[in-house]
Design a protein around this ligand. Structure first.
Ligand code: TTP
Ligand code: MG
Length: 441
């Protein structure tokens, strides 16, 4: 096992303050300033990211915008421009693919690359990592932090170690020296609770952790104990999985003031469903499971799903299923958030078995035509009658998906396209970002 870990060469690339850096790149007047991406400071959403200048004031991702404003009143607050970040993400991906087809994106700004087989053409992994970093700087005007190591766990740790603009190589023979001084919190799966328990055992660093025997660790932490034992020795055999599938597409909205009227909420659902339908059609996908998420004023959150006989990407179907789920939910308190997502995705050509194929094809054709008109003349060019009411007046912000949320979101505001917002996917989505399934904490 250790042998295999030594043989592989893995690169982990993570862009620095990604959304904020793109904004600073595109508007030189923002450079060197505390930029906070997420929305207006007086809205109820959360910070997607903050430039390193704003981080000095204590602002960080997932912090309520109002709190960010308190901490950094001089901050420049910007909305989330998902389309732009996706575009840059695609350009970064193209650079990666020059060096290996084995690219596993974890989110818009982060990926693992397996370059084990690339050495003969492009040289050692460290050089490839270095060139990638330089190309991202030269061609895209952005900084990335890069880690190079024998497995995913170490490469990810390495890229994070000297952020921003970091470049850390963990040589095969230096793994233990690299790991030993690090605090145990750096190990995947060690959250606050586990760290506290380890600290009580006087285990503060990875070196301390290695003193605990496997049986003892398992006794203390169960499955996680076995994992800690391996990771403390730098062992991790997870392969780099290219073509990570999109697991869901969703939209959610956080209201400026809590909302209790069903009628209004249903019109919001319609808008969200239309948005989800459009994204599915754009990606040429259909999904079988429709999921509704609501969050009450007290933050209690409910998720309800329904699975259909066959996949859909039609706004009306998504909306009517979401409504059906919504009607079965008691509005015991007003809502602060509502969202719709579609899971169990497949290519839209697959599984066309319906008895009502003709009718469905007509609807799909109509949806495509409407998408085209909107693309050409703008989203408001065709609007459903139901949405012509005053539905917008209460909506203030669309909450940024927590990367790592229910699926792997793409980190869009209010959007999850997972596989990375496993509730805010995954990478909350399931703990966004580390590419490792959510640990026990
Ligand atoms: P990260 O890579 O976690 O953060 P970052 O690139 O902004 O900063 P750094 O890596 O230098 O620490 O996330 C990438 C993008 O994903 C980030 O720019 C914005 C988005 N994001 C959210 O929308 N919500 C979140 O809670 C987090 C953590 C990130
Ligand atoms: Mg980043």
């Amino acid at each position: 096992m250790a042998k295999q870990a030594r043989e592989r060469r893995i690169i982990h690339v993570d862009m620095d303050a990604f959304y904020a850096s793109v904004e600073q790149r595109d508007d030189p007047s923002l450079r060197g300033k505390p930029v906070i991406v997420g929305g207006k400071p007086n809205s109820r959403g959360v910070v997607s990211t903050a430039s390193y200048e704003a981080r000095k004031a204590g602002v960080h991702s997932a912090m309520p915008l109002a709190e960010a404003w308190r901490r950094c009143p001089q901050g420049i607050f910007l909305p989330v421009n998902g389309r732009k970040y996706r575009e840059v993400s695609g350009q970064i991906r193209q650079i990666f693919l020059t060096y290996t087809p084995l690219v596993e994106p974890l989110s818009l700004d982060e990926a693992f690359l397996d370059v084990t087989a690339s050495g003969a053409i492009f040289g050692p992994a460290a050089s490839i990592g270095h060139i990638i970093k330089e190309r991202i700087q030269d061609e895209l005007g952005l900084t990335a932090s890069v880690g190079v190591a024998g497995n995913k766990f170490l490469a990810k740790l390495a890229s994070d170690l000297r952020k921003p603009d970091g470049f850390v190589v963990v040589p095969a023979e230096g793994v233990q020296d690299f790991l030993d001084p690090l605090p145990v919190e750096r190990i995947w799966g060690v959250g606050q609770k586990t760290a506290d328990r380890l600290h009580r055992l006087n285990v503060k660093t990875v070196r301390d952790l290695r003193r605990l025997e496997l049986a003892h660790l398992k006794h203390l932490f169960g499955v996680l104990g076995g994992q800690l034992y391996e990771l403390a020795r730098g062992r991790d055999e997870r392969p780099v999985e290219s073509e990570r599938e999109t697991k869901s597409i969703g939209r959610e909205t956080t209201f400026g003031a809590d909302v209790g009227e069903r009628d209004f909420l249903e019109s919001v659902l319609l808008e969200l469903a239309c948005d989800v339908g459009r994204s599915l059609r754009k990606e040429k996908l259909k999904g079988r499971t429709i999921t509704l998420k609501v969050r009450y004023a007290d933050f209690h959150t409910l998720v309800r799903s329904r699975t259909l006989a066959e996949g859909t990407n039609l706004d009306d179907v998504i909306y009517s299923e979401a409504c059906r789920l919504f009607q079965a939910i008691a509005l015991k308190q007003p809502l602060r958030l509502i969202g719709v997502s579609v899971h169990q995705l497949a290519n839209q050509e697959e599984g066309q078995l319906s008895l009502f194929a003709d009718e469905r094809e007509d609807q799909e054709h109509l949806a495509r035509v409407i998408d085209k008109v909107r693309e050409k003349y703008g989203a408001q060019s065709i609007v459903r009658a139901r949405l012509l009411g005053p539905t917008d007046k209460k909506r203030e912000a669309t909450a940024p998906a927590v990367p790592g949320g229910p699926s792997q979101g793409r980190g869009l505001s209010g959007t999850e396209v997972n596989g990375r917002v496993q509730p805010a996917v995954r990478k909350g989505p399931g703990e966004r970002g580390n590419g490792i399934p959510p640990g026990p904490e």
